[in-house]
Design a protein around this ligand. Structure first.
Ligand code: AMP
Length: 307
């Protein structure tokens, strides 16, 4: 980074961005970058952009972001395919470095490091640091490891490659304790059991597609937020009869319905794109303006499965 961007000489601060509705990879790559840059450039102002309140953050080492200052600014945007999904204002930056693993739809950076074959953005960051022979701080390594296991579903998805394990090995070398990370990540409580019971009792199916729907009222009864409601999408994974499964949650704030779509082996991201979304071949998100649109979405997915 220093060689290409002349960070040390040219910038007073670095602002690190990621996408809205952050998941483990968004936070993992953002915080991994944050801890690494803090170590590499201790004299610089390093700012975390975007909403930093989320249930997921309890899994990460505690952090304190610097406050924005006036001055020359480098923006590093992680895990974000297009500029509309960036959580924060990048117009304050003099230069943008984009690092991402989604399909390339918008190379908004001055420098774009885009690898659609990487399991996660965190994997790309870890391997960049490895290549640069960076002494990885343990907090950065833990964050990046969480990002990798989040997006690869603990090395389960086909996006997992030799490079993913290479990145993981490098992070383990930095001294992380994966047993502690896994325990924090997979420990559940009775509320999870209640939500899972609701999903098993109320899921819908149409051919090889299954989904569950959580209305605002359901979310209230189950005492979970809308985004927590989406996170149970894989409750419907791994059933032979279903090749595509979805979580649909009512979004009162935006007056629409958020859809998380997952697929075993048929690419669904182009269809997600048609419904105001996008993402990866087998894991995408979309938005419906009304529940009537659900029929259309299911129809298109069925066509894709048959086609
Ligand atoms: P989600 O179901 O929200 O977890 O999203 C699954 C994947 O699709 C994540 O990697 C998201 O970053 C990506 N994704 C979700 N919504 C969009 C969108 N509107 N545009 C591009 N990518 C998206």
């Amino acid at each position: 980074m220093d060689r290409i961007l002349k960070v040390r000489k040219e910038y007073d601060q670095i602002v690190i961005y990621r996408h809205v509705n952050p998941d483990l990879d968004a936070f993992g790559s953002q915080l991994g970058m944050y801890w690494t840059l803090k170590t590499l450039f201790p004299q610089k102002n390093i700012v975390l952009a975007g909403e930093m309140e989320s249930d997921l953050l309890r899994l990460f080492p505690p952090f304190e972001t610097d406050q924005l200052i006036k001055g020359s600014t480098l923006g590093v945007v992680l895990d974000t395919a297009n500029r509309e999904r960036i959580d924060g204002d990048i117009t304050i930056c003099d230069k943008i470095l984009k690092i991402d693993h989604h399909i390339v739809v918008d190379s908004y950076g001055d420098i774009n490091i885009e690898d659609v074959h990487a399991s996660s953005c965190s994997e790309i960051v870890a391997l960049l640091m490895k290549e640069g022979r960076v002494q990885m701080p343990v907090n950065a390594a833990a964050s990046l490891y969480l990002g990798i296991i989040g997006d690869s579903n603990r090395f389960l998805y086909s996006s997992t490659s030799q490079k993913t394990f290479e990145a993981a090995a490098y992070l383990l070398d930095a001294g992380i304790h994966i047993d502690e990370l896994y325990q924090a990540l997979y420990m559940r409580n009775k509320r999870d059991l209640e939500v899972t019971r609701f999903i098993y009792n109320n899921y819908h199916e149409d051919g090889e597609i299954a989904w569950y729907y959580l209305s605002t009222e359901d979310l209230k009864t189950l005492q979970i937020t809308r985004s927590q409601g989406s996170n149970y999408v894989n409750t419907l994974a791994n059933y032979k009869e279903f090749k595509i499964w979805m979580a649909i949650t009512q979004n009162d704030l935006e007056n629409n319905y958020r859809v998380s779509i997952r697929s075993r082996d048929v690419a669904i991201n182009e269809i997600a794109n048609e419904f105001r979304g996008g993402g990866h071949a087998f894991a995408s998100g979309a938005t419906l303006v009304s529940l009537d649109e659900l029929k259309m979405l299911v129809g298109k997915l069925k066509e894709k499965l048959n086609g």
